[in-house]
Structures are given as C-alpha cells and as structure tokens.
Design a protein around this ligand. Structure first.
Ligand SMILES: O=P(O)(O)OC[C@H]1O[C@H](O)[C@H](O)[C@@H](O)[C@@H]1O
Length: 294
C-alpha cells in the first residue's frame, strides 16, 4: 500500500495524447508529489497547473482548438518575437503577420527532461528563420532558437530564453482561472498604465486592478511580485526579466465575438502577462514567471 510519504516523492514526466477536449494534442504531464502540470508541444503551451489534487490554477477555453494554425485559447501562450500586432519598426513592408508572433502555432521539440527530489523539469525548443530586423548590425545567422523551460516544484516556474542578441518582444500570456471576475483583484500595480482599448495613458488612484468592463492595459516597470485575489484563492506571480505586465479581460461583448470564447467565458479568467516589450536594443531574452498558490 502507498503511504503519504511515497505520494510526496512521486516525480515523473510522461507523454500524454490529449488534454481536456483537445483529445489529439501531444502533451507532456509533469508530476511532483501532489502537484501536476500539463504542457502541449504545440506552442510549448502550459495548459494546466494543479498544485494539489483538483485545484486548477490555469484556465482553458472549452472552445479552444489547435487545428488549422489556431493558437490555443488558454493556459500560458508564448508570444514571441513580437507582442500583439507587429510594430511597423519590425515590419516596415507591412506584411500580414499573426498577432503575438510566430511560435504559438509551431510544434516544439522536447530537448531535455529532468526529475529529482527538488522538482521535475522539461525544456522545449523551437527555431524560426532569421529576419533582417532582428539585429541592428549585420548578422550571418540563418535561424534563431527559442527555449522554454518548465519546472514543477513547490511552484510552477516558466522560463523563456533566447540567447541571441536580437530585437525581440515576448510575453508569458497566462490565463488564470477565477470564480468570478467581478470579485477578482490584481495588485500591486503601477498607478499609471497604457489603456490599449483607447490608446491613452491613464493614471489611477489605486494600485489594484478590478474588473467591471473590458480591460486591456500595459503596466510598464511593474513590480516583480503580484497577487491575484479571488473569492476563494490567492495566487502569487513572480516576474523576472520583464519590463511590463499586461492585464487583459475581453468582457462580455468581445468574448461573444471571439470564436473560441463563449459569451460567458470572460467571467472565468484574468490574463496577467509577464512581458518584455521594449524594442530599443538588440539583446538576449531571459523572461520568467513563477506561479504559486498562496
Ligand atoms: O486573440 P489573441 O491574439 O490571443 O490576443 C488576445 C489578447 O492578448 C493580449 O492580452 C492583448 O493585450 C490583447 O489586446 C489581445 O486581445
């Protein structure tokens, strides 16, 4: 018979075909003690983090799909090498390019995996063709490599790395599950933010974001430690290597218009995105988000 001690020390990484309704999606399942995480090879997208049995921290849309080059709606999408609509600085010819970069719809390769008494971790890798705007100086590279390391221990650690010194943006676009968006708070945030819904800089009196309408905000120079307070649980988010945090909830009307959200979906999640958005220098990327159930 298994004792509690045995359960505490289960550390395993297994291949898994399918997650939730995405029944043909190739995934890896990480287990460390009672904690589990699932990551899809498509997009290197974390889909689930349960620090203990049946306590899900991330949100996945019931209408998410991964066919026909569709990014999966939910979990932790990886935005790279640009965020949102590509800047004209990066795309002077105004080519039609996807929102949030190129790697959400790629199948990544498993590079390494590691299990120990301290935690379990996997590293996934993808490459994209070298683009002329990546560098401010002549460069002979033909491809650029991006790595995502996912570590499950007492918390979930997501680390995105590109060792090439290139002009790049990135975001760990995490969808957090909430019981009721109208009872959710995110704090502490800078008092001034860019409101993307109206392209204006706004100054607020409170360092807390609450939700009663569509929210799409860029908080530059945000604190390394944030907290999501929900009616029945609190989640800590630690950010490293970022220059901004993006907070997004589409609210009812936009939710209804999006093919992979239901009209009610907006009530169930808040996106708190650890981002590196500055485009002024060509530099390596090392962006981290740690997620902890408080
Ligand atoms: O629909 P997607 O490409 O996944 O983007 C979803 C959302 O991502 C971010 O949070 C942006 O700030 C939003 O403006 C965008 O609507």
């Amino acid at each position: 018979m298994r004792t509690n001690d045995d359960i505490e020390h289960v550390a395993a990484i297994t291949e898994q075909l399918g997650f939730a309704h995405l029944d043909d999606l190739p995934c890896l399942r990480l287990q460390f003690g009672q904690a589990t995480a699932v990551i899809a090879l498509y997009g290197a997208q974390v889909l689930s983090y349960q620090p203990r049995n049946n306590q899900e921290i991330l949100w996945l849309s019931p209408l998410a799909t991964w066919h026909n080059q569709t990014p999966i709606r939910g979990g932790v999408p990886i935005c790279w090498p640009w965020f949102g609509a590509i800047s004209p600085i990066l795309n002077p010819e105004q080519l039609a390019l996807p929102n949030h970069g190129l790697v959400r719809t790629q199948l990544w390769q498993l590079k390494s995996k590691h299990c120990s008494a301290e935690g379990v971790s996997v590293t996934l890798e993808t490459t994209i063709a070298y683009q002329p705007w990546f560098s401010k100086t002549p460069n002979t590279a033909t491809k650029i490599t991006l790595q995502l390391q996912l570590t499950l221990a007492q918390q979930l650690q997501i680390n995105l790395r590109c060792n090439d010194a290139i002009v790049q943006q990135a975001a760990l676009h995490s969808y957090f599950k909430v019981d009721d968006i109208s009872q959710t708070q995110v704090q502490p945030l800078p008092l001034t933010y860019i409101d993307t819904t109206c392209a204006q800089v706004v100054t607020s009196k409170a360092n807390t974001a609450t939700f009663c309408t569509e929210v799409d905000r860029i908080y530059q120079h945000s604190e390394p430690m944030l907290k999501i307070q929900n009616s029945n649980l609190s989640v800590g988010i630690e950010q490293i290597g970022h220059d901004a945090t993006v907070i997004w909830n589409p609210w009812r009307e936009r939710s209804a218009k999006m093919t992979d959200l239901t009209e009610q979906s907006y009530k169930e999640f808040i996106c708190v995105e650890t981002a590196k958005l500055a485009l002024d220098t060509a530099a390596p990327l090392n962006l981290t988000q740690h997620i902890t159930l408080l």
